[in-house]
Design a protein around this ligand. Sequence first.
Ligand SMILES: CC(C)(COP(=O)(O)OP(=O)(O)OC[C@H]1O[C@@H](n2cnc3c(N)ncnc32)[C@H](O)[C@@H]1OP(=O)(O)O)[C@@H](O)C(=O)NCCC(=O)NCCS
Length: 224
Amino acid sequence: MAEFQIRRYRDEDQEAVKETFIIAMSEHIPSAFLHMLRQPVVQATLACVFCTLLASSGSMLLPVLAVTLILAGARQLVDYSFTLYIEACHKGGLDCVRKAYMEGVDSCFWVAESEGLVVGTVACLPSRKHAGKECLELKRMAVRRSHRGLGIGKSLCRSVAEFGRDKGYRQVLLYTSVVQADAQKLYEGVGYRRVGESVVPELLAKLLNFTLIEYRYKLIEGDG
Ligand SMILES: CC(C)(COP(=O)(O)OP(=O)(O)OC[C@H]1O[C@@H](n2cnc3c(N)ncnc32)[C@H](O)[C@@H]1OP(=O)(O)O)[C@@H](O)C(=O)NCCC(=O)NCCS
């Protein structure tokens, strides 16, 4: 079993951190596409196009071609949405981890290192939605596929919780999406509670029912 250690970010980790996070996030493209295909509105649209073209042309070729083209276009749209999300992550701190996470008193970035390689990442910073020391937000959780199932995700969660307690925070919050099944299992397994769901505000996300799930973890025992 590969050994690993969790340690704070160093400047030389910058490129490996970006790569680890981007690869892990890109893995969700196929599951997001499947989620899209499962939506009744998408299935109804495809069925409508297929039947209309079949009735009007009397041939199978045209409807099959049209549905294939729509599916290819839909897949491109999902790819594009992820590209936008990853760009937003870059601008939101991944491009300069030190500035975004290592200079503030209540924020931090950790990496999991194994045999000299960065194989996992996690960050935290004060939640913008809450005042004072109410909530710390966990972000940028990712583990390289080659090192999954070894407890790295759990250890990264623990680093954030210990940091939050030391800094006097009451809870940790995080958001994950409906297609990130492994992440949901990880968070529930370490004691996070699902407290809410919301659909991403963009039109495409609304149409496809792309839900964000909010999780919370209490740092103070017996806290209401
Ligand atoms: C989510 C993720 C970080 C988990 O990392 P990990 O190092 O494999 O997690 P761990 O080894 O600590 O596993 C923790 C728990 O998660 C669950 N789990 C993790 N991967 C799982 C899988 N493939 N299948 C089933 N359960 C899984 C298990 O319950 C496990 O607990 P157990 O070992 O006691 O059974 C990793 O899968 C990942 O990077 N995914 C892609 C990026 C992502 O979605 N990040 C979350 C952003 S919100």
